[in-house]
Design a protein around this ligand. Structure first.
Ligand code: APR
Length: 260
């Protein structure tokens, strides 16, 4: 059991408004790779996931080169196939103890907003209810032209599947580099950030905007900042409590220490 500072525990016990920002690190212990993993480690982890031929193929690409509107315009099939591969990886994994602890925390804190940059849907699968998916959800597919969500599509086609309504190419319902975040989710995230007493930044490198600036906005509004991360980040020097380690280990212990 981790030894948390007593003032952190008493603060959380009386907190009634919390906002949590999560990133890829929260899903790392479910077996999903993070974005800024080094290339060799990424290739190794993918090779271990039982789909090594596919993993080998994709390890030569950087997400920043495929997750863009330009990449899709240039080679829609390449981008579609990469997302099909990632969608299958997401389908094969389950939430970890960190996801479940956050769902538990939501039951204990009356106003609790979970803002995630993750597209894997694992927070909802773990039982979290008030979830804002700032970068969309990889399990959903929509038309790149008219925006209509697609219910069914084939993944083994020679070319990218097309929209039933307007014949546009289908694409994953995620936010690519250079695209705007969903305005309703973003506004709700900003509101929760403004109103919270405590702001958690968990498993995110905090380098992608505007999600990264939420922590600073929370701080200017008087919130206490808590970071949980396996490694130091650019935010670490600015938080009130930095807890270094794996979120799947720290969060369950924290919930136990505060509420049980
Ligand atoms: N527990 C806690 N933190 C972890 C763990 C773990 N088990 N494993 C890794 N981390 C930390 C890493 O130290 C790193 O700081 O999680 C962070 C993951 O950072 P990124 O890979 O940069 O992921 P994220 O912050 O979610 O990236 C933000 O960038 O590429 C875009 O759209 C993509 O949503 C993504 C966004």
């Amino acid at each position: 059991m981790i030894d948390f500072p007593a003032d952190l525990l008493s603060l959380l016990k009386k907190t009634s408004r919390a906002a949590v920002l999560t990133g890829a690190g929260v899903s790392q212990e479910s077996g999903l790779r993070t974005f800024r993993d080094s290339q060799p480690a990424t290739a190794l982890r993918q090779a271990q996931d039982g789909n090594s031929a596919q993993a080998g193929l994709w390890s030569q690409y950087k997400p920043e080169d495929l997750a863009t509107p330009e990449a899709f315009a240039r080679d829609p099939k390449l981008v579609w196939d990469w997302y099909s591969f990632r969608r299958e990886a997401v389908k094969a994994v389950r939430p970890n103890a960190g996801h479940y602890a956050l769902a538990e925390m939501e039951k204990r804190i009356p106003n609790f907003t979970l803002i995630t940059q993750n597209v894997d849907g694992l927070h909802r699968m773990a039982g979290s209810l008030n979830v804002l998916e700032l970068h969309g959800n990889i399990t959903r597919v929509r038309c790149s032209k008219c925006g209509m969500l697609a219910e069914i599509w084939g993944d083994d086609l020679e070319s990218v599947p097309r929209c039933e309504k307007c014949n546009g190419y289908l694409r994953p319902d995620v936010v690519w580099f250079g695209e705007s975040l969903p305005p309703v989710e973003l506004q709700k995230a900003v509101n929760a950030t403004r109103e919270c007493q405590v702001f958690f930044s968990i498993g995110t490198s905090g380098v992608v905007q505007p999600a990264a600036s939420l922590a600073h906005a929370a701080r200017s509004n008087g919130a206490v900042l808590i970071e949980i991360n396996a490694d130091p980040t650019p935010l670490t020097a600015h938080v009130d409590f930095a807890i270094q380690g794996k979120s799947g280990e720290i969060l369950p212990d924290l919930v136990k220490a505060v509420w049980e």
